[in-house]
Write a protein that binds this ligand. Sequence first.
Ligand code: NAD
Length: 325
Amino acid sequence: MTSALVCGAGGFIGSHLVRRLKAEGAWVRGVDLKRPEFRETEADEFVIGDLRDPALCAAVTDRPFDEIYQLAADMGGAGYIFTGANDADVMRNSATINLNMLEACRKRRLRNIFYSSSACIYPAYNQDDPENPDCSEASAYPAAPDSEYGWEKLFSERLYFAYQRNHDLAPRVARFHNIFGPEGTWTGGREKAPAALCRKVALTADGGEIEIWGDGVQTRSFLYIDECLEGMTRLMRSGFSGPVNIGSEEMISIDDLAYLVMRVAGKKLTIRHIPGPIGVRGRRSDNRLIHARLGWAPSEALEVGIRRTYRWIERQVRERAPAPA
Ligand code: NAD
């Protein structure tokens, strides 16, 4: 039986990953500061603890694991990582987790470790044109991420590859591009654009108005959670270390994403643009490398995942006390 350790198992991607690994028949230990917010974990063991503590990292790696997924990070959407207010925490917390986990794996001779890097490592200078961003893997250098979150991810990528060179680890490094889906943060300040837009549309009566940060022309691509899990487990079970993009090539402006959510919701709303943290002008995944190496590409259009996500967020909005739009 495959055994897997999922760090960050209480988070969005981690909790979905645990479910998938269990469905595949694996024995799974999850670790996180908190349990999953939206449903009970399916992990065989769930350790509540702080991976900034090296003793906890040593404790959770006390048995052989075929697969280790290191997803724990101090993170959030633009409202959390682009304001500057959380920079020191983001860098210190996430770097400490990665430093500790790699050292624990080295000491226990655990080799197969997946690390979730981010599209935020790509240089801002290649993402000024909303129609033509360059996010091919090789474009990462000369480095110029537009956030400290991105700089920490880049540092940690390098750390994983340094452990590969010097300590015989076999890291798999993926750069995720905007993963979304049900059971992700949808309110509270750490939510990302698809969830925030679904919430705003769900909370606004037909004919009303929603606010969007920036001019709405900025572009992104969004990958549905199940597609992400397929890409990451394929990478883990390949002999390829990466770094490699896991994302969608279907690029959409934030205004058009809002219109897509409105269509799915069956509502006509007007958009008011307001100042806010927006990040780079354009970004989309470049999947040539992952397609060539793993034969992977997303299988569904963005709209399919948005429908599922909207349905779930609309239910949250109905079932919980109303939050501000
Ligand atoms: P998430 O915030 O839902 O999950 C991260 C989890 O890590 C949280 O449950 C959090 O409690 C946990 N964590 C944080 N600090 C910890 C600590 N000190 N000890 C133990 N647990 C700790 O985020 P997610 O969307 O599931 O993202 C997972 C990973 O993928 C992160 O590394 C993130 O940076 C990366 N990533 C995500 C996206 C995306 O679009 N969701 C994009 C790029 C990269």
